[in-house]
Design a binder for this molecule. Structure first.
Ligand code: SF4
Length: 413
């Protein structure tokens, strides 16, 4: 029976929803007004749009096929799964992308795939999609390609020429978990693919800096590499997850690690948990990841905020850390260095920059700090200002309760 294009779209867009690594920020500025062709990526990337479950929907997010010769236990598309299968041709993905783009539904393409025949065969098909969009149709929009580990270096190199971003999913936080739940996937092959891409990207980076002092973007995959880790499919705690993320950021220059809470799947292996982890765990991991990338925290410090290597679900990781290290507070906002100010709960990077600028001109009072940050209530117990000291409140046993957000009812949608 011939499956219609519409049905394929329904099956393969639905199958792609499990991949969280699809945000589209940080690529180079590129426009059809200057270069001809069709589409553009605005300077800071494509605006994000999120479905109610938090997944990015600004890109046409597809699998080339959900057929797969591998049998990863956590995946709905594994070879032993009883799901409906479909496969796009290269031309169908190209046509859909251009049609959706012209109708203003999307700003780019996110393309992943199950493994058909072999890693090389699959990667070649995905590269053909990107090559046809770029070279035949002059498509200037955003392209994110998933890398199939074990594909040949030539295919990875060509993928990097056409795509803005590449991602190779690490899938699970430890090599042992990967071996148990996805025995056909080799952790070494995943890391080798990441390393090769990063090396090629760095080699392609033009010398010199931009006007803002940052290094010029690489010519290959200018939006960098990302990866996805499934949370809650194995027993790894948050400390283990964050340590793996830290090593990926340091070792392979990744732009982002995406955390995806495990979703129970039909006819699942007995090696998998019966229920999904709380979504709040995924949220806290994103907050902790942010602290590692922009606030100077390391993985061990953050994961020590909760019990037994898990993040505290009731309060954010920075507040959890500060409550455990009350001996370091209060900090004098008129004297403390940037590094420590970034550790004050309620002070973000922008607030800290504003405090540093402001205090060059006059000594700061509490009302000045309140003006420069989002929540004076959160900051007050941890700082000293010209007219303010928190007194004994920092040591009070009730401080945590006072700063814990009240539970709220979820909104209707
Ligand atoms: S290789 Fe990818 S698509 Fe295939 S079973 Fe594993 S996770 Fe699923």
């Amino acid at each position: 029976m011939q499956i219609t294009l519409q049905r394929k779209l329904a099956v393969l867009a639905d199958a792609a929803k499990y991949d969280a690594s699809c945000a589209s920020s940080g690529t180079e500025k590129r426009s059809s007004q200057e270069l001809g062709g069709i589409g553009s990526t605005e300077g800071s990337g494509i605006c994000h749009s999120y479905a109610p479950d938090g997944r990015c929907i600004s890109l046409l997010k597809l699998l080339l096929t959900n057929f797969c010769v591998y049998d990863c236990a956590y995946c709905v598309n594994r070879s032993s799964s009883n799901v409906e299968r479909a496969r796009f041709s290269v031309d169908e993905v190209v046509t859909l992308t251009l049609d959706f783009y012209r109708r203003n539904y999307i700003e780019g393409l996110f393309l992943s795939s199950g493994i058909i025949r072999s890693p090389d065969y699959t990667m070649e098909e995905m590269v053909r999609v990107a090559r046809t969009l770029r070279l035949t149709h002059g498509f200037r929009g955003y392209i994110h390609l998933k890398i199939i580990p074990n594909a040949s270096p030539e295919l990875l190199a060509e993928a990097a020429v056409h795509a803005d971003r590449l991602s190779t999913n690490i899938e699970l936080p430890t090599d042992l978990s990967l071996k148990t739940l996805a025995p056909e996937k080799l952790p070494s092959a995943i890391r080798t693919a990441m390393a090769k891409i990063e090396h090629a990207r760095e080699e392609s980076r033009p010398d010199g800096k931009q006007g803002n002092g940052k290094k010029k973007p690489t010519k290959l995959a200018p939006a960098g590499q990302s990866t996805q880790m499934i949370v809650g499919a194995d027993a790894t705690d948050d400390a283990g997850i964050l340590q793996r993320s830290a090593s990926l950021y340091a070792g392979y220059g990744l732009k982002r690690v995406y955390y995806s809470a495990f979703s129970p799947i039909p006819d699942a292996s007995r090696a998998l948990p019966l229920s999904a982890p709380p979504l709040m765990r995924e949220h806290r991991l994103y907050q902790a990841d942010w602290l590692m990338r922009f606030y100077g925290f390391n993985a061990d410090e953050i994961a020590g905020g909760g019990e037994g290597g898990f993040l505290d679900l009731a309060i954010d990781p920075k507040l959890a850390w500060a409550l455990k290290h009350r001996e370091l507070f209060p900090l004098d906002v008129n004297r403390a260095d940037r590094e420590m100010l970034l550790r004050v709960p309620g002070l973000g990077v922008r607030s800290v920059n504003a405090i540093l600028t402001s205090r060059r001109h006059h000594r700061l009072r509490l009302e000045d700090v309140a003006r420069l940050c989002a929540s004076a209530k959160a900051v007050r117990p941890f700082i000293v200002a010209d007219d303010w000291t928190p007194g004994a409140s920092l040591d009070s046993t009730g401080l945590r309760a006072r700063l814990t957000p009240a539970p709220t009812q979820l909104s209707l949608f």
